[in-house]
Each structure stands twice: as structure tokens, then as C-alpha cells.
Design a protein around this ligand. Sequence first.
Ligand SMILES: [Fe+2]
Length: 360
Amino acid sequence: MKLISLKSLEPGKKLGRPIYNEKGTLLLGAGVPVTSRYLRRLKEMGYSSVYIEEKGYEDIEVNDVISDKTRMEAVGAISDTFESVRGSDKRSDSVALDRGKVTGVADKIVDDLTGSGDQIMDLIDLKSFDNYTFMHSVNTSVLTVLTATAVGKFTAMELRDMAMGALLADIGKAHVPIEIVQKKGRLTPDEFAQMKKHTNIGYEMLLHKSQMKPLVATVALQHHEYFNGSGYPNNLVGEKIHIYSRYAALADVYDSLTSDRSYKRRLPPLVGLEYLKLGSGTHFDPKCLEHFIGHIAPYPAASTVLLNTGETAVVIRNDIKNIARPMVRVLTSPDGKELDKPHEIDLAKQPEYTIQSVQS
Ligand SMILES: [Fe+2]
């Protein structure tokens, strides 16, 4: 598989990973050839890159940390939940939130993540403008639980609460005016002030109107608090922010930075991680940040990178022991000529090589 920018994608190549809509329903399956019509549509949908099948890249696997089935079931469940909550009266004492459905997908996320040892996020969760909201909620949950699982001190029940809290962190947006939530562009200060209310609205909704556990509701309330007290809604400082919320805050910001939006292009994982590091101790708990960074591949498999030698290479695989120095396959000479016989370099063992930049 190869990660390729849509700008460089020629029609006829086959998709490496499926494309889903905002309800988690399959739109285009893996292996489907990208015709010029599909290519145009993918651009309109807001994708900047896709994974494709490519000769010479057959052995490069892009492994998600949870199954596609779990991810899309979770997207569907969150999409349904938002829809039914949107339909509930804001003034009513209860909201139509199917607790069993959300608990079910949270359990599946935890099961997938705890079943196979210490994992790293080695793919980019590509999104369109339309499926962003719910895929973002799911990926925030996945990244929160991935990091917390690796810490090793949380029980399955605690991980499930964390997964649910992160999945429902933005549920309050269902009662923020839809034209603000779906605005294609940056929010004005007044709109942003209204948007910020989703934290308190979500908390009230989860705690008092749908009988969720207090800790699940707490994640909705606190996921925009910053470690130094400069966040919202309550300017909480340090450990006054619950540990679940401190992990969810990192996952939320990271996933948003690395996703395409109508007003900005996604950042590559490496750059997203650098942004997080700039917020260590101010926006984020440094210890949580360390755990988080240790589990996200800055150069995910199937990415094309430029080495310090001027050679172009593709990332073959990542190892958690040396997450910033993957195994790569060199494809071109320093002057850009394609090599007849590509060769592999394990950057973890050859310190003279460095990655200078990452493409697509
Ligand atoms: Fe939020």
C-alpha cells in the first residue's frame, strides 16, 4: 500500500483502504479503481490523500489498531446518537441517548485495543469534510484508550468509561445551533463562544438527562481544559483535570490537527506531534504527553520520506522500540532516478541516515 496525495494520483489506481460515509457505511471498497469521476468526488469530499495499491508496495501493510468493523460500527453508533439527541427537546429532562449502543461500541474498542499487546498508531485516519465529526469522535476515543492501555494501570471498566467519555465528548454540539457546528470555515468570536458551551451542555446531558456515569460525563465537561488553567469551561489546573480528560484532550487536539477540514489541510503526524510538544506543561500534562507520543508513529507505514542523502524512500514498518526511526525502502537515487533494485535501510540501526521530510 502507498499513501498518495490526490494531486499526484492518476485515475485507474486501486484504493488500498475503504472509504466510508458519515454513518459508517461503505462508499468505496478497497481494491476499487479510482476513476476520474471518483477522483473528482474524493477531492470535493475534502480528502487530500488516500491509500492506494501500488506495484512494488504490495508488502507494505497499514494496520489499524482496531478492526475496520469496530471503527465503522462506532461511527454509526455515534452518528445515530447525535441524530437522536438533536431531535430531543433541549428543555426536556431527558435526551434520547441509547446508552446500551454506546456502551457496546466502547467495549469493542477496548477489546480490540487490549487484545494484542502494546500497539502503535501506524496509519493516518483520513477523513472527508462530511464524515469528520463522527470519525473524529471515534478516533479521539481510540487514541485515548490506546495511550491509557499502554500505561497499564487502568482496569477494563476504567478504559471503557474513558472510551465512552471520549466518544461522547462533543455530544453537547448536538444542542449548539447547527449552522455553527457545520460552518465551513473558521468561527467568529461570538460563534466560538456558543460552540464552547458544548462542554457544559454535554455534561448536563450525560449526567442528568441520560444517567451516564459521572466520570463519563466529566470527559465531556473537561476535554478542552488546559494543564495551566487556560482552557475552558472552568479554567481547571493540573491534576484538577481528571486523568481521563487529560488523555482525551491530547487525542482530540492531535486528531483534529491531523485531519482535513474545510478551512485547513491536515498536518502530517510528525508535525501534529511537534505541535503537541509545544504545548507540554501549558496545554497538556507532560507525563500524559510522553505516553501519547510514544504510541503514535510520526512516519506511518506507506508514507514517502526524503532522506538526508537526497534519496526518496517509503516507510515499510514501525517498531515501538524506536518509533521515530522506521524501516524504509529506498526507491530513488539522490538525483531522483528510480532504482532498478530498491534496497532497505533500518534507520534504528543506521544512525547516519535521517529523515528530512515527509510527503503526502
Ligand atoms: Fe469538544
